[in-house]
Design a protein around this ligand. Structure first.
Ligand code: AMP
Ligand code: MG
Length: 401
């Protein structure tokens, strides 16, 4: 039996890194940056006011109190966007709004709340310290510094930063194209009537969604029955344009294991057992030169093995600096048991430092999977844990990042 880490490495080594393309910023959400983006302007772009109030010289206003207010003429009005900012002469103030450029000569902004708000001669009843309420040019990022490093996933805050430094396009990694193909003679498309012995096909959607969530582009082929000729024909018609083929089902120890029968005969795909539960039976290799990962058919096994093997490999191939899920440790709210010699990934609900097991270990428990936000990782050498034990938790909620 192969360890989880060994199989993770084999799957990761299978995938080639994806190329790049330039896209408009507005279409870059969720994409992986392929270039270091440097700041063409500093941020803030210029020194500006952090408050609505009066730009002043502290030497003129610093002594102001309720009892001894300071009265000064207002010599300019500076809304945000004003580009011709007059110098502030001694003995005067400029009215200034948040985001407007600080006039030369001013070294403090007196918030409007500390004044009577007048526009001709203002009465100031207290002053903040020298230098207060100024946002200095370059204090967030210096011109020429790396604002976003290659390998970052572009979420809202990263895209906001890219726009703030004036970028309209970015070079990102191409999304890996992943073909998804489910197998099983018992499968029926959702929406159709079920005959006795049939079940609804769910892994296509589960896996395609997981691929998209990981940042890939999924293309779902219509599922096929357990028929080697039909399976191979479907695969070969579509494979050329793919970076990865994911299959589900047909890799266990029984008869009618269509994926194992079809790919096993090619000699380029290996089938093996990984010391984990769920998701023990695995296969991977290449078909016609295209990477292939064959996942077991039980929906929870398919989901967990995608999480453990395919998702990190895909994200590494996309150049993501941190391809793994967020992990934490948590206190178990109840006891659990686990098979010896296998790493178990139980479904959990993580909240506030505690994690509760959701449903049993059965790899058919898809309704329980749908109620989980985490996987509880039980090491190979642990067979029982009492309530209150500290366990490793993988957070599986949320798209990219
Ligand atoms: P297999 O790995 O093909 O032996 O399938 C294991 C279990 O998962 C069986 O109970 C199958 O009916 C079920 N199963 C396999 N493929 C799918 C699928 N695409 N959607 C839902 N259930 C599946
Ligand atoms: Mg099957």
């Amino acid at each position: 039996m192969r360890t989880v880490e060994e199989h993770q490495q084999v799957v990761a080594d299978l995938l080639r890194s994806t190329g790049t393309e330039e896209v408009p910023l507005a279409r870059a959400a969720g994409r992986v940056l392929a270039e270091d983006v440097t700041a063409a302007v500093p941020l803030p772009v210029f020194t500006n006011s952090a408050m609505d109030g009066y730009a002043a010289r502290w030497d003129d206003v610093g002594s102001a109190t309720e009892q001894t207010p300071v009265r000064l003429p207002v010599t300019a009005d500076l809304p945000a966007g004003r580009v011709d900012v007059p110098v502030l002469e001694p003995g005067a103030v400029h009215r200034i709004m948040t985001g407007a450029p600080m006039p030369a000569g001013a070294d403090v902004v007196v918030p409007v709340e500390r004044t009577d708000g007048a526009t001709d001669t203002v009465t100031i009843t207290s002053s903040p310290g020298r230098g207060t309420h100024l946002r200095h040019a370059g204090e967030d990022i210096a011109e020429g510094a790396v604002a976003l490093a290659a390998g970052v996933v572009l979420g809202s805050s990263q895209l906001g930063l890219a726009a703030s430094i004036g970028r309209s396009t970015v070079v990102v990694r191409r999304r890996p194209r992943v073909l998804v193909l489910s197998t099983g003679s018992e499968l029926v498309a959702p929406g159709e009537p079920l005959a006795p012995g049939q079940i609804y096909e769910s892994n296509s959607l589960l896996l395609a969604t997981a691929v998209q969530d990981a940042g890939g582009e999924a293309r779902t082929l219509h599922f096929v029955p357990d028929d080697v000729e039909q399976f191979l024909g479907t695969v070969r018609a579509e494979l050329a344009a793919a970076d990865l083929l994911l299959t589900s089902g047909g890799v266990s120890m029984g008869a009618y294991e269509v994926v194992k029968d079809a790919f096993g005969a090619l000699g380029t795909v290996e089938f093996l057992k990984v010391a984990m539960q769920p998701g023990g039976p695995q296969g991977c290799g290449t078909v016609d030169g295209v990477p292939v990962v064959t996942l077991p058919g039980n929906p929870v096994s398919s989901f967990v093995s995608f999480e453990v093997f395919v998702r990190p490999a895909l994200r590494r191939a996309m150049g993501i600096t941190h391809p793994g899920r967020l992990r934490t440790t948590a206190r178990l709210t109840g006891p659990l048991t686990s098979p010896a010699g296998k790493r178990q990934f139980l479904r959990g609900w993580f909240d506030g430092g505690e994690v509760s097991q959701v449903g049993g270990p059965g790899s058919h428990l898809v309704a329980h999977l749908a109620r989980a936000n985490s996987l509880v990782v039980v090491p190979e050498d642990v067979t029982a844990l009492p309530a209150g034990s500290s366990v490793e938790v993988v957070l599986i909620e949320g798209a990219l990042q």
